[in-house]
Design a binder for this molecule. Structure first.
Ligand code: PMV
Length: 356
């Protein structure tokens, strides 16, 4: 009987509070700035991927949400698959007792339980999951930092989904990218009462992909140089301090300012890129109004809730657990959802390793 080798994993999304925007090397996905994110629980928004290797398979094939993607036409997929196969080959060459599965073709099925390519970090969860499930299938002994370096070549932000809690992607300096990977800044347990509320303003696929958007911004925006040199380095340090001190006011202000800075460099791109829409901007105003009202009512906090927007119109709100129900109630009243599915709420952050 022919043997089939198979592994299934899930990986969570991460939502950046200091955004990655700009590549200094497009082949290796090396960024022009460091970034920082929070990994959500994989019980909530996640990708699930099954990889199978078997001698009877005729070609490498991949299905995303049930639709076949042509692997050969997708450099990001071939980067990850080729690297993982090369790592397995090395293992087999050094250990004759291992089955020679690196030569078998692969069938990969991947599905997201949330809208794909709508600015909700689907590529982060997707490439983290692909990398981890191939590492499991091939029984590679790579640690999370090594895995994050490989996931990064699929999608930059994916390197941050290999770790739980609060995660920094240090941009690194080396040309080969070996020092450009994610490290955990703090575990979820360190500051567990942080929650995310995701408002799905529009779940359509975005018009300008992150890759194209970044290239246009780096090529045409003078403002991005200011962001890279003067804004992000200080924000990274201040954000790490805010997380260490569990200082929500600082966390919230840095998060909102960074989202605004990122969308400002998109608007400074020529021609400009607009990911946010009128509803997104109404959410920004509602959050500022809500924070001001709470402060006027004598709240000890300057900010109760913070917003951030990725490359899409959908909002992610960060709140502390004690305020989550109130914020959710107010937001649902201002932005009544056609159906409840438009709001994903109440996520605890995840500190687990990715599930096998
Ligand atoms: O990893 P990519 O290529 O999908 O880029 C992600 C870019 C943002 O989501 C906008 C910011 C980030 O740091 O996640």
């Amino acid at each position: 009987m022919l043997k089939v080798y198979e592994a299934t994993c899930t990986a969570p999304i991460n939502i950046a509070v200091i955004k990655y925007w700009g590549k200094r090397d497009t082949k290796l996905n090396l960024p022009t700035n460091s970034s920082l994110s929070v990994t959500l629980s994989q019980d909530d928004l996640h990708t699930k991927t099954t990889c199978r290797a078997a001698p009877e398979l005729k070609a490498d094939k991949l299905w995303l949400n049930g639709k076949e993607e042509i692997i050969a036409q997708n450099k990001r997929l071939t980067n990850v698959i080729n690297e993982m196969r090369a790592q397995r080959k090395k293992l087999e060459e050094n250990d004759n007792s291992l089955p020679k599965i690196a030569d078998y073709k692969l069938h990969i099925c991947s599905a997201n339980n949330f809208p794909t390519a709508a600015g909700l970090a689907s590529s982060a969860a997707g490439f983290a999951c692909l990398t981890f499930s191939l590492a499991t299938l091939y029984q590679l002994k790579l640690d999370n930092v090594e895995l994050s370096t490989i996931a990064r070549t699929g999608s930059g932000s994916a390197c941050r989904s290999l770790q739980g809690g609060y995660v920094a992607w240090e941009m690194g300096e080396k040309e080969d990218g070996s020092d450009s990977h994610a490290i955990q800044v703090a575990s979820r347990e360190h500051w567990p009462d942080m929650q995310a509320i995701i408002l799905v303003v529009n779940d359509a696929k975005k018009k300008t992909s992150s890759t194209l958007g970044m290239q246009h911004t780096v090529a045409t925006s003078p403002l991005i140089q200011h962001r890279i040199k003067h804004v992000v380095p200080k924000a990274m340090e201040d954000m790490k301090t805010a997380i260490q001190n569990k200082d929500f006011d600082s966390f919230a202000e840095i998060t909102m300012r960074d989202s605004n800075s990122f969308h400002a460099v998109c608007a400074d791109t020529f021609p400009p890129i607009y990911y946010m829409n009128d509803i997104s901007r109404a959410v920004v105003n509602a959050v500022h109004d809500y924070n001001a009202a709470k402060a006027a009512m004598g709240s000890a906090q300057k900010y109760t809730v913070a917003y951030t927007f990725d490359a899409g119109p959908n909002a992610v709100l960060y709140v502390q657990k004690k305020d989550a129900d109130n914020v959710l109630g107010v937001i649902s009243r201002i932005f009544p959802a056609a159906e409840d599915k438009n709001i994903y709420s109440g996520f605890n952050f995840n500190d687990q390793e990715i599930d096998e």
